[in-house]
Design a protein around this ligand. Sequence first.
Ligand SMILES: Nc1nc2c(c(=O)[nH]1)N[C@H]1C(S)=C(S)[C@@H](COP(=O)(O)OP(=O)(O)OC[C@H]3O[C@@H](n4cnc5c(=O)[nH]c(N)nc54)[C@H](O)[C@@H]3O)O[C@H]1N2
Ligand SMILES: Nc1nc2c(c(=O)[nH]1)N[C@H]1C(S)=C(S)[C@@H](COP(=O)(O)OP(=O)(O)OC[C@H]3O[C@@H](n4cnc5c(=O)[nH]c(N)nc54)[C@H](O)[C@@H]3O)O[C@H]1N2
Ligand code: SF4
Ligand SMILES: [Mo]
Length: 691
Amino acid sequence: MSSLTSPSSTVVLGTCHHDCPDSCGWEVTVENGVAVKMRGNAQHPYSQGELCPKVNRFLDRVYSPDRILYPLIRTGAKGTGEFRQATWDEALRLVALNIHEVGRTFGGEAIMPWGSAGTQGLIQMNALDRRFFAKVGASRQVDSLCGATAMVGSTLTLGSPLANDPMDIEFAQLILLWGTNTRLANRHLWPFIEKARANGAKVVVIDPLRTITAEAADVFIQPLPGTDVALMLALMHILIRDELLDVDYITQYTEGFEELKEQVSTWTPARAAEICGITVEVIESLAHDYGTIKRAFIRTLIGAEHREHGVMFFRTLTCLPMLTGAWRHKGGGFSRSVGSYAATNIDDSVFDIPSLNAGKECRSLSMNHLGRVLNDATLAPPVKMLFVYNGNPLVTAPNAELIRRGLEREDLFTVVSEQFMTDTAKYADVIFPACTQIEQLDVVPSWGHLYLGWNHQAIQPLGESVANTELWRRLSAACGFTEPELFEDDESLLVSALHDLDVERLKADAFIRLSLPVDLSPYANGGFETASGKALLINHGLPAVGLPALPTYLAGSEMSSDSSGQAEYPLALMSPKTHVRFINASYSHLPHHVNPEGEMFCELDPVDALDRGISDGDRVRVFNGRGELDVVARVAANGGRVRPGLVIVPFGWVGDRTKDNKTVNALTNDLLATFGGGVSFYDTKVQVEKN
Ligand SMILES: Nc1nc2c(c(=O)[nH]1)N[C@H]1C(S)=C(S)[C@@H](COP(=O)(O)OP(=O)(O)OC[C@H]3O[C@@H](n4cnc5c(=O)[nH]c(N)nc54)[C@H](O)[C@@H]3O)O[C@H]1N2
Ligand SMILES: Nc1nc2c(c(=O)[nH]1)N[C@H]1C(S)=C(S)[C@@H](COP(=O)(O)OP(=O)(O)OC[C@H]3O[C@@H](n4cnc5c(=O)[nH]c(N)nc54)[C@H](O)[C@@H]3O)O[C@H]1N2
Ligand code: SF4
Ligand SMILES: [Mo]
């Protein structure tokens, strides 16, 4: 289904690479080597022919006059964005020279890779980079900006990251969208929810912010941020008190019910109502629905993980279906990322070749602590060289002004592979031009459904841009490395990782369902991947890692009322995704996306605004000890969008489009989550003043 040179019109099938659960199928019409039209692939069983307001204009992105199409070498001061065009040869030689010099003087571990999920394709996200950095002996990048805490938290109860197929939401009678903004962030799931609704399902949204999903719910519950575990404990209290339990399920398939019962005995609805800032009636009613409607489906993604104790949200949430036995009923259970199911047909360990570095385990550096790492005078060896690809940490990682100070270091050599001159790329010494998804080959595993997508290359890379795999091959050659594994071609890499799958069919249709039973019904008959085979309502392994064995409500240290600085910075700040035309930091520099979305803003409740003499449209200063922003205030006339005490500055803007070149991560907390590898973006306190 691919033709690169045909003079007539051809249609090439592909799959969206963005870090988005939907992994939509698309088709690109190519005429004389130029992509002239792009639309959704109507055959795709999940996305069903629709793309989204981000990717509907993907060809504008591909052919944008702002694309970086040639290697660039810095000429001005770091951060000014002044570069000159260079040949590949010159840029590669400069980078290779630095790799050798840094390696010789400080050791390979002075080199740090920082790759995120700009593309989540199998080989363009993470394949030859692993081999290249192993050969170089670089530090290993660990932790994650997204998903790790949610995965670990649910695994603490389930014994595995696996749970329901999201598409089974269609069979539910009660749907709890808990800490997920489905209509914005996972829009292709919404039609399945509407199908359930047409069959009588009730949709409950639980979110501190009245999102576009909350607007469409039957019931909207608005707890104070970070308090959900209290609500979950009270729900369990009521389920036990009112005997709304599947005793047979609990007895056969769970461990620790008696201890959990004791733990939740003091979690009266009144106690939770006080902490969550909601009424006892709301809690009672939710518990009764949850305890009596058998096909109850809990859906979450990652919104609630960006906290110090985010792991406890997922750990506790997964206990709920244990008490009611919801797993037994089609359309009942729990669902978040299904990314781990990809292991059914993909073995990505083929990308690791430990012998490239003589089996040596290099030190680990947290990607969430980029600012701390770059500014750490005690780190031995210090980081002297940074490679950024598939990411834009100056906008997307927490405590960004600390990162900026690190990137400004004259003794740091920074290499960035990018499609555009991002905030981070402006600090590079060398930029390599990266191509877009329609210019490269890949397979896209999805975390929102069970279909693998093939992405045929539709057009030749523009200018001198290359796929990430090609960049690593060229760098290996420039460094004088000779191991054949460093030069494996794309198709071979893909095929080596895929197994038990009809690859020809995958190529022809551009999607294939993972080889899993049509009806997953996980845990309908127990079968948890724990030592006893039972779900862990109590997890005796947790105290060893500093967490309580039982589900427990914990407030983050920056949020708790006894934290220092409480009076100075009294407002909680969340920075969720809010715009239909942005995905992370990837579109807000493009006119067709940013112009209709308008300016970066801070949303306040009318009570907090009045206290500060702030009216809708005023310019305000949002600040804390980490940084400050100059933004426009939004105050909804009747309130209800955010809770008093909570303000929102959306994530998704880039520096070019803000007043002082700063985005919300100038303010966010970079404390690592207690467990799981995430970071505390949303456990952030600020003050807001009229400018
Ligand atoms: N305050 C706050 N911060 C957040 C979040 C939040 O909710 N609030 N969310 C977090 C989450 S969930 C995530 S996933 C992260 C996302 O953080 P990032 O992954 O850093 O952000 P993206 O904008 O998705 O992608 C970054 C870059 O990848 C580039 N790119 C795309 N494809 C390719 C390619 O094929 N090759 C190369 N070399 N580059 C490519 C794009 O041009 C883009 O500039 O942000 C996190 N940060
Ligand atoms: N349009 C658009 N779509 C996207 C993205 C984007 O940037 N733009 N990003 C993509 C990426 S990388 C990801 S990971 C997914 C994320 O998908 P989601 O997890 O669904 O989205 P988020 O906005 O991160 O968080 C969801 C909700 O969690 C809420 N939340 C935060 N803290 C709490 C809490 O303590 N309790 C409760 N109950 N809720 C809380 C936030 O208010 C937010 O509305 O979306 C993907 N899709
Ligand atoms: S960004 Fe998400 S919704 Fe949009 S086309 Fe890509 S996968 Fe689909
Ligand atoms: Mo994400």
